[in-house]
Design a protein around this ligand. Structure first.
Ligand code: VG1
Ligand code: CO
Length: 549
C-alpha cells in the first residue's frame, strides 16, 4: 500500500489529569484507555517529550491483551504523522517486554512502546497499559516520565494520519505515509540473544534425557510463543512441557502474575506426587518469573542470590560479573553473596528503571526485585525466560535438585526468611494515613525495643543515582533491626483500584538447624511488630492481607 500522500490530521483535544506513569508505565482500566482521545493524548505526550531529537525508529508491541491490536493501529498512524521513518512491530502485535528491549538494542532504535499492564488482569473489564522505553532498551527514567506527564497536562492536539489498518500478522514491510512498517518475528531476536549467553547443549542434554521433567506455565500470556520455541523446539523438552502457551486477550480470566497464589495450577502440579523436577511461570509481559523445584518454592530474592553465587557456571558470566543490584524491599540475600565474593552490591528504589544507569555504566551485571523479577545486562529489562534458562543451566551443570541447591546456599550464606503482605484496593486516604502515621514515628524508633527486637535504624528511603546524581525520594519506609531483620512499607505504583499497601518482612537466620521453618511462622514476630507499628488494622479496617507472596 502506498500512502505517501497520507494527510496528517491535527486533532484538537483537552488534557486528562491522570496520565502520570507509575512504577512501570501508565496503567488504567481498559475502559479508561478506550475513552475518546485518552490513548492518543498519552502517545502524543510521549512523542512531544522526545521532540528535541528527530525520531527515526520505534519498536512497538504488546503482551496480546485486550485492546492491544487496536492500540497498535492508532500508534502506527500517530508515529507516521509525527515523523518516524521506521517502526518494527512484533507479529500479531506480540512482543514481550524483554524481547522489546532486545530489539531496541540490536537494531539501535530510538525508543520502544510496550502495550502491557504486566501482571494486572486483562480483558474488557481488566487493565491496559503503556510502557515507554528509551534507546538503551530500558524503561524511561523518571525525568522522562515526568516530562511526558507534564506534557499531558497541557496538550491541545495530537497528530495522526488517515490510513487503512496494517496487516499485523504477515511478516515483511509496508508503507504508511513516509514511514516503513516492518512486521518482525516476535521471538527470533530474543531467542538468539539468550542462546548466546547460556550453554544450550548442556541444557539440551538435561531436558531431552527423559530423566528430568519441567513444567513452564505461560499463564496464557505473552511468553507462550517464546517458551514453545526455546524450551520445547530448541532445547528438547518434550511437547506439553509448556502449559497455557497461547496468549489470550484475557489471559483465560486469570491474573498473569507468577506467584504461589495466582499460578496455583502450576503449584499443584509441582507439589503433586511424582511432580516435575523444575517448574516456572512468567507474567503478562514476560519480564517476571517464578522458580519452583519439586515441592519447593524459591523466593525471588533467593533466586537472585543463588544466581549470583553460581554465575561462573554460565558461559556469559564465566569470566566474572561487575556487580549485583537489588531493589530496596528485596531481601539482603544477594548482599550476603556479594560480600563473600567481593562483588559490588547496589540498593535501588523499586522499579527496573533504576537499574539502567548501573548497567550502562558497567557497574552491575545481575539485578533483581522481590516481585519475581531477575535479569542482567544483556538487555535493560527484567527477563523471565533468561531467569528460567539461568536456573536450567545451573541445574544442568550441578546435577542436583533445586531444593538441594537452595538448602546448600542457605547453609553457606544464611537464610533470609522473606515474605510480602499486600493489602489491595484500600481507600487511598486510609492508605496514606497508614504511611503518614509510621513516618511521624520514624525519628523515635531507633533504639526502641519490640520484644527481643531492637530497631537499629528507621528512615524513608531516598536514592541518589551514583551515575548521574539524580535523586528519588519517598521510596518506601525501612525499619531495620539489630539482628538484620527488616520491615519495609510502601504503596504500590502499579495498581488501578484504590491503593495497595505492601509490607515486606525479612528475618535472617545463620543457624542451619533453624533454616527449616515455615516462612510465615519464622516471620510471625515481625508481622506482629509491623501491625503494631503501622496500626494497619484499625486504620484500614482490614484484618489480614489480600495476597501473601
Ligand atoms: C511492582 C513491583 C516492582 C516492579 C513493578 C513492575 O511495582 O513491586 O518491583 O518493578 O511492579 O513490574 P509496585 O509499585 O506495584 O510495587 V512489571 O512486571 O510491570 O513490569
Ligand atoms: Co511484567
Amino acid at each position: 500500500m502506498n500512502t505517501d500522500t497520507a494527510v496528517v490530521r491535527v486533532v484538537p483535544t483537552t488534557p486528562f489529569n491522570d496520565q502520570r506513569p507509575g512504577t512501570s508505565g501508565l496503567r488504567k482500566a481498559v475502559s479508561r484507555f478506550q475513552q475518546k482521545n485518552y490513548l492518543e493524548n498519552f502517545i502524543q505526550s510521549i512523542f512531544d517529550s522526545q521532540s528535541s531529537r528527530l525520531p527515526h525508529t520505534l519498536v512497538l508491541g504488546g503482551d496480546g491483551r485486550y485492546y492491544n491490536r487496536e492500540a497498535i493501529q492508532i500508534i502506527l498512524r500517530m508515529a507516521a504523522a509525527n515523523g518516524f521513518r521506521h517502526v518494527k512491530v512484533g507479529r500479531g502485535g506480540i512482543l514481550s517486554t524483554p524481547a522489546t528491549s532486545c530489539v531496541i538494542r540490536k537494531y539501535k532504535a530510538d525508543c520502544g512502546i510496550i502495550l502491557s499492564a504486566s501482571h494486572n488482569p486483562g480483558g474488557p473489564q481488566g487493565d491496559f497499559g503503556v510502557k515507554f522505553n528509551i534507546d538503551n532498551g530500558g524503561p524511561a527514567p523518571e525525568k522522562v516520565t515526568e516530562a511526558i506527564f507534564e506534557r499531558s497536562c497541557t496538550i491541545e492536539s495530537y497528530k495522526i494520519v488517515e490510513a487503512a489498518p496494517i496487516d499485523l500478522d504477515c511478516l515483511g514491510q509496508s508503507q504508511l505515509g513516509n514511514m516503513v512498517v516492518e512486521i518482525i518475528d516476535s521471538v527470533a531476536d530474543h531467542a538468539s540473544l539468550l542462546e548466546s549467553l547460556f550453554d544450550f547443549d548442556q541444557i539440551n542434554t538435561l531436558l531431552s534425557s527423559g530423566g528430568f521433567r519441567i513444567c513452564f506455565d505461560a499463564l496464557a500470556a505473552v511468553t507462550g510463543p517464546y517458551a514453545h520455541a526455546i524450551l520445547e523446539k530448541r532445547l528438547g523438552a518434550p511437547a506439553g512441557s509448556v502449559r497455557q502457551g497461547t496468549p489470550l486477550e484475557d489471559f483465560g480470566g486469570g491474573h498473569p502474575d507468577p506467584n504461589l497464589v495466582y499460578a496455583h495450577e502450576l503449584v499443584k502440579i509441582m507439589y503433586g506426587d511424582n511432580g516435575p523436577d523444575f517448574g516456572a511461570a512468567s507474567d503478562g509481559d514476560g519480564d517476571r518469573n517464578m522458580i519452583l523445584g519439586h515441592g519447593f518454592f524459591v523466593t525471588p530474592s533467593d533466586s537472585l542470590a543463588v544466581m549470583t553465587a553460581n554465575h561462573r557456571l554460565i558461559p556469559a558470566y564465566r569470566q566474572g560479573i561487575a556487580g549485583v543490584a537489588r531493589s530496596m524491599p528485596t531481601s539482603l540475600a544477594a548482599d550476603m553473596v556479594a560480600r563473600k565474593l567481593g562483588l559490588d552490591c547496589y540498593e535501588t528504589p523499586t522499579g527496573w528503571k533504576f537499574f539502567g544507569n548501573l548497567m550502562d555504566a558497567g557497574m552491575a551485571t545481575l539485578c533483581g526485585e522481590e516481585s519475581f523479577g531477575t535479569g542482567a545486562n544483556h538487555i535493560r529489562e527484567k527477563d523471565g525466560l533468561w531467569s528460567v534458562l539461568f536456573w536450567l543451566n545451573i541445574l544442568a551443570a550441578r546435577k542436583q535438585p533445586v531444593e538441594k541447591i537452595v538448602r546448600e546456599h542457605w547453609h553457606s550464606y544464611g537464610r533470609n526468611y522473606y515474605s510480602r503482605h499486600d493489602y489491595e484496593d484500600v481507600e487511598a486516604e486510609r492508605a496514606h494515613a497508614v504511611i503518614a502515621s509510621v513516618k511521624s514515628r520514624l525519628p523515635d524508633l531507633p533504639g526502641m525495643k519490640f520484644g527481643k527486637n531492637e530497631v537499629a535504624s528507621a528512615d524513608d528511603f531516598s536514592y541518589t543515582d551514583p551515575v548521574d546524581g539524580s535523586t528519588a525520594g519517598n521510596q518506601g519506609i525501612r525499619i531495620c533491626f539489630t539482628d538484620a531483620a527488616r520491615i519495609v512499607l510502601r504503596l504500590s505504583g502499579t495498581g488501578t483500584h484504590g491503593a495497595t499497601i505492601r509490607i515486606y518482612l525479612e528475618h535472617f537466620e545463620q543457624d542451619s538447624s533453624k533454616q527449616d521453618r515455615d516462612t510465615q511462622d519464622a516471620l510471625a514476630h515481625l508481622i506482629d511488630i509491623a501491625h503494631n507499628l503501622t496500626n494497619i488494622v484499625p486504620l484500614t479496617g482490614r484484618t489480614k492481607p489480600t495476597v501473601i507472596t
